[in-house]
Ligand binder design. Sequence first.
Ligand code: DHE
Length: 585
Amino acid sequence: MTTQFTQARKALLSGAAMALALAVSPALAQEKPKDHADGPAAAYEPSMTTLGQIQVEIPGRKEGDPVMTQEEFQRGTTIYFERCAGCHGVLRKGATGKALTTDITRENGYEYLHSFITYGSPAGMPNWGTSGDLTEEDVDLMTRYLLLEPPAPPEFGMPDMQASWKVLVAPEDRPTEKMNDIDIENLMSVTLRDSGEIALIDGNTYEIREIIKTGYAVHISRISASGRYLLVIGRDAKVNMIDLWMEKPATVAEIKIGMEARSVETSKMEGWEDKFAIAGAYWPPQYVIMDGDTLEPLKIVSTRGNIYDEQTYHPEPRVAAILSSHYRPEFIVNVKETGKILLVDYTDLKNLKTTEIEAERFLHDGGLDSTHRYFITAANARNKLVVIDTKEGKLVAITDTEGLTPHPGRGANFVHPDLGPVWATSHLGDESVALIGTDPEGHADNAWKIVDTFYALGGGSLFIKTHPNSENLYVDATLNPDPEISASVAVFKIADMKEGEDPEYTTLPIGEWAGIPEGQPRVVQPEFNKQGTEVWFSVWNAKDKVSAIVVVDDKTLELKKVIKDERLITPTGKFNVFNTQKDVY
Ligand code: DHE
């Protein structure tokens, strides 16, 4: 464990460009064109792995089309969905990346596209050719592919959802009381990303209680308001509803809500606990409201529509984070590409009322402030934070974070000694941590402004965490190109923070503590136990290598436990039942 001072480093950092330079390893920089702006943020674009598996036909030929066999077109489609669609859109109409429709690609021509794919661009396009990520043959294939019309992936409506929906244990056949000895509130649901499973780990004994099969490339877990049902979503848009009261917790209902998805949540408003579930899809762009006991699909709403400011049509605005309001019977739905936050009233699904808030493009993740009244979310590709008042149903503020690509997860709430209550985010694109004031009553001058920025380990941070019972703030650097940094975590003592001064931090060598002999594991997502006395970190290695969970004592910052088990394949997110249920972070 080492303690570091960041004052000197801050002085060295004259701006964002310098910060990005730190985030890119020298080896990577040499392979790229000189002014290439690639960094951890570019490596963290959606990969449509499920869509990449669908079978497609070559669309109707146009005069002058390059020749391509059906096999080549299929391969081009898989590569496109897995590597390109995240930025350029499934339909190639553009998102954070440029549009690649044939009117544009044909105008630019084969040579131009070929060199673009080979060398990348200063605007952030990776150098697929020179990096070796695509072979020379694949660069040629993708160039020809882009000169053809794109295939349209299928829609996924009510008949498809109904066909995929299964109630494995009907509500009347489920237990009427908890049938196991598990301390459910201190259970951790751990994403086992590449095995398509979750592990339920006892937060008191560290014992793996169950491993449960879920969707492909499983992503997040959320807990119903009562704390009984665990909802898990895979990237293939499969939702599993797991009953934690059963003797052996197991899936009681499941459904597929699209082809690609990332978010799931349940109703938490008083009087509406466990009544509905909701899941949001990247493809097709839609969300679906389901029955909270059975996952029966009740209402599908498309998010296609106009971008909030320029008011032009976007054909595939993905659904990013979804949270449940504690102040109104509403779901808060982030619609990424059109930059709208929807407050979806679930009291009358037949006469659905939605408040549509103009926010900012590329909304991603976010969380509630400590009072649960305000929702703070990152428009990550715009370097902005948006604040919504969930009680009044209104936009409160949009503010620049000063850092590059904010990525808060659900963020971290704490009381700063000088600045009062704040919510914090770290950044993917640089090493900064930004604090936004969250107390409009007691600290009106600070409310919804970036009140301080300081520096953690390095760029490539994904998650930041604290707990009301903790005096520490933890910041990971998962996607940092330096293996030592990506395997470590910075810990800041909240009591020592001073306005405008870079706080000292302690570096915890979590990866080293895990004692993993092979591979290059990255440390990701701090998560507290229920009591707020321990922090758990995933040590995320390749699928065929040993991974681990490392548990740290929050008071002493000493290693408490390394959980290793051959079933812990690629652990990433961890969701403590109580903290997730009650939105404690
Ligand atoms: Fe996530 C949350 C999307 C890659 C781990 N991730 C989210 C949310 C979204 C999202 C929209 C917010 C959900 C909510 O609150 O309702 N994630 C995406 C992507 O589009 C992206 C960048 C690429 C992709 O193709 O999926 C992506 N995410 C990852 C990973 O590679 C991570 C690190 C490992 C993994 O298991 O996939 C990862 N994402 C997580 C975690 C959360 C998350 C752990 C929840 C954090 C929390 O504390 O709530």
